[in-house]
Write a protein that binds this ligand. Structure first.
Ligand code: LMR
Length: 405
């Protein structure tokens, strides 16, 4: 067997390089995983509680889950993302399958669209430029072609709304438009509600198919409804769409791979039969790929989502994570401004969620790594969660130096 050598995954490669580095001052701002103020992984207190309850349950076993996953988990996931009073739920227009985290959900959705959405020549997917790099691989692996729409303005370090809007308007009718529901990865730049409404209008006018990727609900702003607003708005507007939902970040369940895929069909007299047919095909795809999903992470999330006092504690934990990140944004901006570091730094506090797109060039990124043992992706993205009260001065000074050199 011969195959060409493939490049190492940039993010996991960076993580490995960081682990090999023996410098005591090294700073990991690479992969998007929450860290506490001591740069340590944080098991959410509510997850610890749920874990204890599940482990002590005398009825716990390790049987297979159904193909579509744990029913209490998928129904709670629907309510979480769509809102308990969603018209789509009342009208039974949603089908959901538990997946191998958000990646598995994106994959299942892409696979389904590759099989059933329009003839091959007419189904291009549009990603934001930039996007989470795995989107490209997942879609091309299932044979969907892709293009990008402008998203980030290098001048303002904010949204290039006109570029985005025009590109969606000029895309072939019926294209798949992949949208980050909140806390855009990698830029941390989100649309305002008015901008979402305009994008929804053009998506409707061009009969495009919206595909939402949501990995940061509650993690971004600390407010679950606010972070779910865009998806709920599109559903209220009656779109047919799909949603890839991850619980890696907002539950800190990174390695447990808990996620969910939702297909929401448009209101119509045969909506329920459409959903039934979609569900039957998704079940076959799931069975042939993973048979049935892993149970443990879903059990934890399900217990929390379905138990009011645990749910309230989860919201508290979300505010702890988002609050610390917001503090780090404020501190970093003020330190860079205090140092008089050339450039403007308001984007650090304007952007939201796990990441900030600093505007640092690839050369500056490499210099930061060589001189200061700071690890971040080459596009200048930093995981804000890697900053803490102990390393933020060091990092700000390192950036100042790299920018001036
Ligand atoms: C990231 O972008 O750092 C995370 O979403 C981790 C991943 O799987 O790429």
């Amino acid at each position: 067997m011969w195959s060409p050598q493939a490049p190492e995954d940039p993010l996991f490669g960076l993580m490995a390089a960081f682990r090999r580095d023996e410098d005591p001052n090294k700073v990991d701002l690479g992969i998007g995983a929450y860290r506490d103020d001591n740069a340590k992984p944080w098991v959410l207190p509510v997850v610890k509680k749920a874990d204890d309850i599940i482990r002590n349950d005398p009825n716990l076993n390790h049987e297979y889950l159904p193909i579509a996953g744990l029913a209490d988990f998928t129904s709670a996931s629907q309510k979480l993302i769509l809102g308990g009073d969603s018209p789509a739920l009342k009208e039974k227009r949603v089908t959901s399958l538990q997946t191998v985290s958000g990646t598995g959900a994106v994959h299942l959705g892409a696979l389904f669209l590759a099989k059933f959405y329009k003839p091959k020549s007419q189904r291009t997917a549009y990603f934001s430029d930039p996007t989470w790099p795995n989107h490209f691989q997942i879609f091309s692996n299932v044979g969907l072609s892709h293009k990008t729409y402008p998203y980030f303005s290098r001048q303002t370090k904010g949204l290039d709304f006109d570029g985005f809007y025009n590109s969606i308007q000029n895309a072939d009718e019926g294209s798949i438009v992949v949208l980050h529901a909140c806390a855009h990865n990698p830029t941390g730049v989100d649309l305002t509600q008015d901008q979402w409404k305009k994008i929804a209008e053009v998506i409707r006018a061009k009969k495009h198919f919206p595909f939402f990727d949501t990995a940061y609900q509650g993690f971004a702003s600390g407010d679950l409804s606010r972070d779910g607003w865009a998806i709920r708005y599109f559903v209220e507007q009656g779109f047919e769409l799909c949603i890839a939902q991850s619980y890696a970040k907002n539950f800190g369940l990174y390695g447990e791979r808990a996620g969910c895929f939702h297909f929401v069909t448009a209101p119509s007299s045969d909506a329920q039969s459409t959903v039934g047919r979609v569900a039957s095909q998704l079940a076959i795809l799931q069975r042939s790929e993973i048979s049935n999903p892993p149970a443990y992470g879903a059990r934890i999330a399900s217990l929390v989502l379905n138990t009011p006092d645990l749910f309230a504690q989860w919201e508290e934990d979300l505010r702890t994570m988002s609050g610390r990140i917001i503090e780090m944004r404020k501190a970093l901006r003020s330190k860079l401004e205090g140092l008089g570091t050339p450039g403007t730094w308001n984007h650090i506090t304007d952007q939201i969620g796990m990441f900030s797109f600093t505007g640092l060039t690839e050369q500056q990124v490499l210099k930061l790594r060589e001189d200061s043992h700071v690890y971040m992706t080459k596009n200048g993205r930093i995981s804000m969660a890697g900053l803490n009260t102990h390393n933020i001065d060091y990092f700000a000074k390192a950036v100042d130096k790299a920018v001036r050199d």
